[in-house]
Ligand binder design. Structure first.
Ligand SMILES: C[S@@+](CC[C@H](N)C(=O)[O-])C[C@H]1O[C@@H](n2cnc3c(N)ncnc32)[C@H](O)[C@@H]1O
Length: 484
């Protein structure tokens, strides 16, 4: 009987199918019948919903659940445009847990992720030293200890020396399990790790006449073979012979790729620095850094992970077209990377602010030829009064946005231009009454204002408008045109 972690109320979840969660918003067109998907909802319910159609279809589960930090994670929101700087802090998610609930929460969700995975799929769970030992026990139980592959240590930052009586926590852990012993693994290489940097500094210390830096590597055969045992340009072969034949030796020599030390002895092959791919990556990742405050990928979502981290995981264990699932998606790093690398994805988060951040991120991502994506959340009810729409000549004009929660949070600060409160505007000029398919997507860059006035095509029918404010709260209204 393998060791097992126990807690009061430990129980596996059922697989009762969840109510349907149809897409309420669609961006772009399907490719080969597929639309990527973003769900607003609890990962447990989303897994229940996915199971009937996608059992055994997912090639990679990558999750970054709350770490049990005991904190409430907030985001700083700043009003757009010119005018006094006003900032509010908006809660994104709560990482405080009653005793015993954290493990049960994660256990249930891991248990329902497993049947969605293909036989040759892998799962990666991002955590830190608060819970990594417990999560490893859960994964051993659900996936089998024999399917443990690696516990990657990601060094997020240099350690600080001013922590009291303990070592500063500078690392996170990525627990990597497979569903069976058959899974894809393309070993990554890097030039950026400390090991690779040391190799570059120490061993690439030779320079060709044309200035190219190189490292000499021995060409020694591990096993004796008669055709590898020959003297070359007066140099005697090593005891087991060279590692390649005379013809190859001549070809490398003619290409100037052999190094003959002046002191005599063996011949070496030159590995040029400009062709060097790097060192194989080990389970210590020191070459990926937290997102710096000025980085373009930074979205202000708390605990957002760098794209380079997800890129390494995806490139290692998935191929283009594979399906990636993340049920704790946050700002959508896994979705953005999957889309950029030509993988399909399904992501979910139970925080509406996260789902808005993901949607916005995907809408502003510059990726050619990606399939469209759908957003699945309960439809936003029509807001009468909250959003005032007008037709002016041949254009739609948004005259006012209430954004009541945001205005309440601003206290006495008066905001006359509603556009200072808006994060994005989506307009569907052929609204079918059910699914928003925006043909106008107004998602301005940081600090900039939405336009607020949009030309209407002659074919416009019922025009549905969705405005999302800076807190991620949405408001929708319809402008019905004559004939629409
Ligand atoms: C650590 S953050 C993920 C950050 C993400 N990796 C990124 O790069 O932005 C964890 C996320 O899990 C979400 N979450 C927590 N419990 C959840 C649940 N039961 N279902 C869905 N999402 C959940 C939180 O809202 C939060 O956005």
């Amino acid at each position: 009987m393998p060791a097992e972690l126990r807690w009061p109320g430990k129980a596996l979840p059922d697989e009762q199918p969840a109510p349907d969660l149809p897409g309420s918003e669609v961006h772009g067109a399907p490719r080969d019948g597929w639309l990527d998907r973003v769900y607003l909802g609890d990962g447990l319910e989303v897994c229940r919903h996915l199971l009937p159609g996608l059992r055994g279809q997912v090639r990679l589960v990558t999750i970054d659940p709350p770490f049990d930090t005991g904190s409430t994670w907030t985001r700083r929101v700043r009003l757009r445009g010119a005018g006094p700087t006003v900032r509010v802090h908006e809660t994104q998610y709560d990482d405080r847990w009653a005793p015993g609930t954290y493990l049960q929460h994660l256990y249930e969700r891991l248990a329902l992720l497993r049947p969605l995975m293909a036989e040759d799929a892998t799962i990666w769970v991002h955590c830190d030293d608060r819970r990594s030992h417990h999560i490893r026990c859960l994964l051993d139980e659900l996936f089998g200890a024999r399917n443990f592959r690696s516990a990657v240590t990601w060094r997020r930052k240099p350690g600080r020396s001013n922590t009291r009586n303990v070592f500063d926590a500078a690392t996170d852990t990525l627990l990597f399990y497979s569903r069976s012993d058959r899974y894809r693994f393309e070993r990554p290489v890097t030039r950026e790790s400390e090991e690779a940097q040391r190799t570059i500094q120490k061993r690439f210390s030779y320079t060709d006449a044309d200035g190219r830096r190189f490292m000499p590597t021995p060409i020694v055969s591990p096993n004796p073979r008669p055709n590898l045992y020959y003297p070359y340009k007066g140099r005697q072969p090593p005891p087991n012979g060279w590692s390649f034949s005379l013809e190859k030796m001549q070809a490398w020599d003619a290409a100037g790729r052999l190094y003959f030390p002046e002191r005599g002895g063996r011949i070496y092959r030159k590995i040029y620095l400009d062709e060097y791919e790097g060192q194989p990556v080990s389970d210590l990742w020191t070459d990926i850094h937290v997102i710096n405050p000025m980085a373009r990928e930074r979205l202000g979502y708390p605990t957002q992970k760098p794209e380079a981290l997800l890129e390494r995981i995806l490139r290692t264990v998935t191929a283009p077209g594979d399906l990636v699932l993340d049920t704790f998606a946050g700002s959508g790093t896994s979705a953005a990377v999957a889309r950029r690398l030509g993988r399909r994805f399904i992501v979910c988060d139970d925080n509406p602010g996260a789902v808005h951040t993901i949607t916005r991120r995907l809408l502003t991502q510059d990726v050619e030829d990606a399939p469209g994506f759908s957003v699945h959340r309960a439809p936003t009810p029509e807001e009468t009064g909250g959003l005032r729409l007008e037709r002016r000549d041949d254009a739609l004009h948004i005259a006012h946005l209430d954004a009541p929660s945001l205005r309440a949070r601003l206290g006495s600060a008066r905001v006359d231009d509603w556009r200072r409160l808006a994060d994005c505007v989506l307009v569907d000029t052929q609204w079918d009454g059910a699914v928003l398919r925006p043909d106008v997507v107004d998602v301005p860059g940081e600090g900039a204002l939405v336009r607020g006035t949009y030309p209407l095509p002659a074919t416009a029918g019922a025009v549905r408008v969705r405005v999302v404010d800076l807190l991620g709260a949405a408001c929708e209204a319809t402008l019905t045109l004559p004939g629409g």
